[in-house]
Design a protein. Structure first.
Length: 111
């Protein structure tokens, strides 16, 4: 499977959505879809790692639900004009500066 950057993924999703008259859903509908997808991912995680196991566990279901969630997030970002690469880099910078000493660092190992 080919590897794409976040920008390439956003462009590919935009090309897919752009071929339909309806285009992107309104923001609140997409937010509801995001919530729905988080719920579906949560259900699969519960089946794999929770106390109540699914009769037939397919680890790939977590991957599929994560993909559905990511697709919906890309749709939301595209509709809002958000470049996910920029948004993620801003968040990483925030964590790397604000929270750099918040957690216990692993010791470097020299083997």
């Amino acid at each position: 499977m080919e590897r794409l950057t976040l920008t390439q993924l956003q462009n590919r999703v935009d090309a897919y959505i752009g071929q339909y008259e309806e285009g992107y859903f309104p923001p609140f509908e997409m937010l509801a879809r995001l919530t729905e997808e988080v719920g579906e991912l949560s259900r699969e995680v519960q089946h794999v790692y929770g106390h109540v196991k699914k009769k037939q566990i397919d680890q790939n279901d977590i991957e599929k639900e994560t993909g559905d969630l990511f697709f919906t997030l890309i749709c939301f970002a595209n509709a809002q004009g958000i470049r996910l690469e920029d948004a993620l880099l801003q968040v990483l910078h925030k964590f790397e500066t604000r929270d750099k000493d918040r957690w216990t660092r692993k010791e470097e190992r020299y083997d």
